[in-house]
Design a protein. Structure first.
Length: 66
């Protein structure tokens, strides 16, 4: 029962974060490009321990947040 509660809470928090996430757009960008850039920018942001680093990285790669 305890694991069901934790699983449900994890799923809910994931959906909440996904619903609030920025939708990055780039005129000539593909989904594969976006996923690749997002992964690389997340690594950079985690290493820098700075929440603004991710947005700056994506914008530097030509993506615009919606």
């Amino acid at each position: 029962m305890k694991s069901l509660v934790f699983t449900t809470a994890a799923l809910f928090s994931t959906l909440l974060v996904a619903g609030c996430a920025t939708d990055w757009q780039k005129p000539d960008g593909t989904d594969a490009d976006r996923y690749s850039d997002q992964a690389e920018c997340r690594v950079m942001a985690n290493q820098a321990d700075d929440s603004d680093t991710f947005d700056d990285c994506m914008k530097g790669r030509g993506w615009m947040d919606d």
